[in-house]
Design a protein around this ligand. Sequence first.
Ligand SMILES: Cc1cc2nc3c(=O)[nH]c(=O)nc-3n(C[C@H](O)[C@H](O)[C@H](O)COP(=O)(O)O)c2cc1C
Length: 167
Amino acid sequence: MNEYIKNRRSIRKYNPEKKVTKEQLNQLLEAAMLSPSACNSRPWEFIAVTNRDTLDEIVRIHPYAQMCKTASAAIIVIASPQTGIPEGYFAQDCAAATENILIEAVSLGLGACWCGVFPKEERIGPFRESFKIAEPKIPFNVIAVGYPDEAPEARGFFDEAKVTYIE
Ligand SMILES: Cc1cc2nc3c(=O)[nH]c(=O)nc-3n(C[C@H](O)[C@H](O)[C@H](O)COP(=O)(O)O)c2cc1C
């Protein structure tokens, strides 16, 4: 089993003194952009935030992203839904990119937490307004990033009951 997948947990408490660098953020974004997407449509854009006031704005507009109080960075994933083929796959594509960020963060000794925005209209609206994200683009999620100040145990598990084997 890949250790980074096994040990990844959502981190909600960070060391605010240890800052995530632009190089680290770019490595996370490169991991995102290496993810698969339908017909290689790559229907994503990103806002990389290290500005303290902007992190506080995320805390203000997202009720479940309070960990951004201590995170030194955040990545807002923005979906650019395609109008033709392959219409409708953007959520899967952006989710794959998000998971790559989470796994790459662990490999760098960082922690991260995926905070959903899409499809909740009451969260999409404030992100559109604060970050000037106009339609047809959609604020998809925000990922808090920082040096962990907590170490939750690995907790995923293999559940054979979820599997149908066709042999
Ligand atoms: C689509 C999605 C939305 C999520 N939204 C939030 C959120 O708004 N705030 C939060 O603290 N965690 C959020 N999470 C993290 C989940 O709560 C977390 O992944 C889950 O409890 C499993 O824990 P683990 O990531 O530590 O394994 C979200 C995860 C996903 C996949």
